[in-house]
Design a protein around this ligand. Structure first.
Ligand code: MN
Ligand code: MN
Length: 294
């Protein structure tokens, strides 16, 4: 099965890149520099980013992406690294959390253990409710809360988020996993209330439908975005080729046309710290963890 080979390849590269990125997250390193190195590694290994590398810190659960002139320097933050790569559209998505303060080991362990336990119950026919219950109960056993409005997801060709939505708590959803599904499981654990909201300006976007534009440079930017095959992209990627002023203008045009999807940072509502762990899996008679080192 050619799909399986592509999924396996994407998964292995996603893992290798994640481990590489993890090794770079150290006190005094720059977030922008680490992001660029991690993205370069993806290309070096003959894959492409399925979305811009995200490095979210402390109470930011997800979707923080280095700005073109990002000045963040690592010191004692809780740092989550989320890496997605694709090989011909087949995606491997995985994440881990590094605790630079060394004061949040349990919080990091909670999401990681929840992921391990979820993987143990997954087989063809497992209900979403059962997965959510396993994740939620594991995180609670550490005295933390799962983030209830973030979830895992299905993976499809050039599609990072498709059904099923894989919950991080028991939603009583009796939908069963089906043979052949590729899914990402991603528990988030927090010492806050367990809810996130969108906060701050987005640096990650995608274009939701084709549209013709009149202004030449806006068209050039749209042509550049077309090469991402509908997958999310970073403002930073465009600003390597076009001036930031032009990029901002083009983005506002796309927004006016109603074809721009924005992904602002997702911040824990009570500003609790958030850890994340993630693997991509292929549901089969023998479940395969695609982003595990084989
Ligand atoms: Mn991810
Ligand atoms: Mn994911």
């Amino acid at each position: 099965m050619e799909n399986l080979q592509n999924y396996e390849k994407a998964g292995q590269i996603a893992r290798e890149v994640l481990e590489y990125g993890k090794s770079l997250i150290k006190k005094d390193a720059s977030l922008l520099d680490v992001t660029k190195k991690v993205e370069a590694k993806i290309f070096e290994l003959n894959a492409k980013p399925a979305f811009p590398v995200q490095i979210s810190m402390n109470d930011i659960a997800a979707h923080y992406c280095a700005e073109p002139d990002d000045k963040t320097v690592f010191s004692d933050q809780l740092v989550s690294l989320d890496v997605g790569v694709h090989v011909d559209g087949f995606i491997g998505d995985n994440a881990c959390t590094v605790d630079l303060s060394e004061k949040n080991k349990e919080l990091v362990e909670a999401s990681r253990k929840a992921l391990d336990n979820a993987i143990k119950v997954i087989q063809v026919g497992t209900t979403l409710s059962e997965i959510g219950k396993t994740i939620g109960e594991t995180i609670e056993s550490y005295g933390f809360k799962p983030v209830r409005n973030l979830s895992g997801h299905g993976l499809d060709e050039y599609n990072i988020h498709c059904p099923p939505t894989v919950p991080n708590f028991d939603t009583k959803d009796e939908t069963q996993l089906e043979k052949g599904q590729a899914i990402a499981i991603e528990p988030f654990a927090t010492n806050g209330i367990g809810l996130i909201h969108e906060k701050g300006l987005p640096d990650v976007f995608s274009i939701t439908e084709a549209r013709s534009v009149r202004i030449e440079f806006v068209r050039q930017i749209l042509n550049r975005i077309d090469k991402f095959n509908g997958l999310p992209f970073a403002k930073r990627w465009l600003s390597e080729q076009f001036s930031l002023a032009k990029v901002n203008l083009a983005l506002s045009q796309f927004k006016k046309l109603g074809i721009l999807k924005e992904y602002p940072p997702l911040v824990e509502k009570s500003n609790g710290l958030v850890s994340q762990a993630e693997h991509s899996l292929l549901v089969d008679d023998k479940v395969k963890v695609l982003t595990e080192i084989s």
